[in-house]
Each structure stands twice: as structure tokens, then as C-alpha cells.
Design a protein around this ligand. Structure first.
Ligand SMILES: [Zn+2]
Length: 169
């Protein structure tokens, strides 16, 4: 990978963290703390950042999808692992961009956000070329795990070159 690609990717990582922070701000300022309000906060973050030209409309759609995916994944993790997960994802213990912000959201508004996980249980996969919030990705083919301490670009599996991963924390 050349230097300019790296730079571009660093910029996207920062933008995704800003996107999640913006959605968080809109949600916290709003009156309703429901799942619908969360969806509309994400929508608003997308509108604002594309209007300001910080994101292209394509990136806006991608980031919206990434955040919905990450929230759903974290909500399921909270639900499946329970108290231990809440402990592990204490916002005070994290300095991990988008993940830290979403963890604040889940601690403040877990009722609304845990509803996210009521919908059909299709597996949530993470693909090479996408951004991911911090956490551990496991290759679906060879089970190699990789830890990301910040929001990161996902590369193909270094061991088997597979492009699909599952996430835990
Ligand atoms: Zn692999």
C-alpha cells in the first residue's frame, strides 16, 4: 500500500469517529431515546456531514451503514455477554474513537439500543475494505483473530486472504 492510500485511510478513520460523535450529539440532544430516534440521529449526521462536504454522498451512505452495523453488533454483545460486557465496555476505560462513543450511548440508553438486537438474527459480518470500530475481528475461514485498539480499516486476513470477519470485544 502506498503512502497516499494510507493518508486517505487515516482521514476516513477520523471522519468515521466524527460521524459517530455527531450522531451521538444529535441523539443526546433529542427528546426521544428510542430506536427510531437513534436511526434518525444517524440519518441527521449523514445529512449534516454530506451537506458540509465533509463526506461524499457515497461515503455518507457507507458510514450510516457502518454505524448501524457497529451499534447492532455492540447491542448483541451486551445482550449475549451481559454484565461482563458492560464492565468491559465502560466508557471510562476506553480511548477508542467510535467504539468509545457508542459505548457511552449504550450505557446511557441501553433500553432503546438493545431493541436494535430484537430484529432477525442474521450474522453481522465485517468485510475487507470497510471501516470498523475498535474490537477483535475473527476470520470466518481460518479463525485468526486480530485486535484493533482504534477505529481501523479492515485488510484481508494476513493468514488466508479471506475477506470476511466476525467481531467481538
Ligand atoms: Zn483467515
Amino acid at each position: 500500500m502506498d503512502k497516499s492510500t494510507n493518508k486517505q485511510q487515516d482521514k476516513h478513520v477520523g471522519l468515521y469517529d466524527s460521524f459517530v460523535a455527531k450522531a451521538h450529539e444529535v441523539f443526546v440532544d433529542g427528546r426521544d431515546k428510542t430506536r427510531e430516534a437513534m436511526q434518525s440521529a444517524i440519518e441527521k449526521a449523514r445529512e449534516q456531514m454530506t451537506t458540509l462536504g465533509e463526506l461524499s454522498s457515497e461515503q455518507g451512505k457507507q458510514f450510516q451503514r457502518y454505524m448501524q452495523r457497529d451499534l447492532e453488533q455492540i447491542a448483541r454483545y451486551f445482550r449475549d455477554v451481559g454484565e461482563e460486557a458492560k464492565d468491559q465496555l465502560q466508557p471510562a476505560r476506553m480511548s477508542a474513537g467510535a467504539l468509545a462513543t457508542m459505548s457511552v450511548l449504550l450505557h446511557k440508553c441501553s433500553d432503546a439500543l438493545l431493541q436494535l438486537s430484537i430484529k432477525a438474527e442474521a450474522a453481522i459480518t465485517y468485510r475487507a475494505g470497510e471501516l470498523t470500530s475498535a474490537g477483535t475481528l475473527t476470520c470466518t475461514q481460518c479463525a485468526l483473530t486480530r485486535e484493533f485498539s482504534t477505529t481501523s480499516y479492515i485488510q484481508r486476513c494476513p493468514s488466508c486472504h479471506n475477506d470476511t470477519f466476525m467481531k467481538s470485544h
